[in-house]
Design a protein around this ligand. Structure first.
Ligand code: BGC
Length: 437
């Protein structure tokens, strides 16, 4: 089980690496290709456009050719994109390469959590999907470190090209992984499905109980978008899309993508010190995800969300408050920096993993691929908008208001979780129902 989840989680590693790596590489690309500010921004954000495109179609593809083959394809796309970006002769090919990488991320951000969730026994499903988020954070931290290692010589091609290694592992790994039994039942390969199900459930009783509930849920034929006309399924879509957007509009990627700039606003002067501080952000992000892995199946999804969101709220309010002071120096600077760590740490055990987990859980099987695709698509659109307009917001609203706005959105998220989100701890996937509390 752990092996299967780990291989699928490689999709997360590539997601993290490929979104994080550009922050260090861009400095040198700008110099080599003499990029204007606008082209520089586009070189950073084009990957997110690829993610939007990839996630929009991934669910339909995963329903048509299977989860396993879609992840395998994602590996090939990652590989092609990484090679094109690393060996690019010029800026247009680089943009194309980064767009292709984005499609790979879009694919795997839909299918990796979906696949892990579908092959996991109910009692550890939360931990195994959180493993995917853990892989994202390892990828982000890895990207910061690789950037740091190659920075002295300005080797941006090596930075981008390094993604070839995990791509190859994903491709080779997926050849040997089993297909999701839920997908196999869906396409009528019943005996293979039963074999796979037996491998992942403890005993025959559990297998037949799960088989029955899967069959029951398949009685509703998958009808594409029409599936969402059923009120409960429409509600699941509303919850999935909202959670995905809330994960982004509470500001996480301002810190993940613009960390060094924020550190400089908080008084860290040198480039290398702020890049080092960013490595610390990456480490906190990674380590705190372990908290989710350990607790998500024990205490449940919602308590972790409340605790994390409360911490994020306190941290963001404090950061805004520190920036509201006329001079941010000495202890105020330290308070701002430790609040940023608190913010990232709290995200890492709550909104980070649990949003991916919940959107892989709340849809009934016939609508799962499409529902996840649409929620993930919304996540990438939210990501694109926040990261695209962060600097503009700082400019127009000012630093305190920008961070207070993210803090207010944490409160909105708490209320949303309280009223709309079901607790899914230890439930069989097919027995999860959404309803207004
Ligand atoms: C989010 C990403 C974010 C990452 C940070 C993920 O769950 O979807 O947008 O960069 O967490 O660890």
């Amino acid at each position: 089980m752990l092996l299967v989840a780990s291989v699928a989680a490689l999709g997360g590693l590539l997601f993290g690496y490929d979104t994080g790596v550009i922050s260090g590489a861009i400095l040198f690309i700008t110099k080599d290709f003499s990029l204007s500010t606008r082209l520089q921004e586009f070189t950073i954000s084009v990957v997110l456009l690829g993610c939007i495109a990839g996630s929009a179609v991934a669910g339909t593809i995963a329903d048509a050719i299977g989860r396993r083959l879609t992840l395998f394809t994602a590996g090939i796309i990652f590989l092609a994109g990484a090679l094109a970006s690393a060996f690019t002769p010029d800026e247009p090919v680089l943009l194309a390469g980064r767009f292709i990488v984005g499609i790979g991320i879009g694919f795997s951000s839909v299918v990796a959590p979906l696949y892990i969730s579908e092959v996991s026994p109910a009692a550890v499903r939360g931990a195994l999907v959180s493993l995917y988020q853990f892989a994202i954070t390892v990828g982000i931290l890895g990207a910061y470190l690789i950037d740091y290692a190659f920075a002295h010589a300005g080797l941006w091609r090596e930075m981008l090209g390094f993604a070839v290694v995990p791509s190859l592992v994903l491709i080779v790994g997926m050849i040997f992984m089993p297909e999701s039994p839920r997908y196999l039942f869906k396409v009528g390969h019943d005996s293979r499905a039963r074999d796979e199900l037996q491998r992942i459930t403890d005993d025959l009783d559990a297998t037949s109980r799960e088989e029955n509930s899967i069959r029951e849920s398949l009685k509703v034929k998958s009808a594409g978008f029409a599936a969402f006309k059923v009120p409960a399924v429409g509600l699941a879509l509303f919850i999935g899309v909202s959670l995905a957007v809330l994960q982004q509009v509470t500001g996480i990627n301002t810190v993940i993508y613009y960390g060094p700039q924020i550190f400089q606003m908080a008084g860290i002067a040198s480039n290398s010190a702020s890049i080092l501080a960013q490595t610390l952000v990456g480490t906190v992000n990674m380590l705190m995800t372990l908290v989710a892995i350990f607790f998500v199946d024990r205490v449940g999804r919602k308590p972790l969300l409340y605790a994390g969101l409360a911490g994020m709220f306190i941290a963001l309010t404090t950061i805004g408050g520190a920036f509201a002071q006329p001079h941010l120096s000495g202890s105020l600077g330290t308070i701002a920096l430790s609040s940023m760590m608190l913010y990232v740490g709290c995200f890492a055990f709550s909104l980070g993993p649990i949003v991916w987990l919940l959107i892989s859980e709340i849809f009934p099987l016939p609508a799962r691929g499409l529902g996840m695709s649409l929620s993930t698509l919304a996540n990438w659109v939210g990501n694109f908008l926040v990261s695209q307009f962060f600097l503009t917001m700082i400019d127009k609203l000012g630093r305190p208001l920008t961070f207070w706005l993210y803090a207010a959105l944490c409160v909105v998220t708490i209320v949303f979780v309280r009223t709309m989100v079901p607790e899914t701890k230890r439930e069989l996937l097919e027995e999860i129902r959404v309803q207004v509390a």
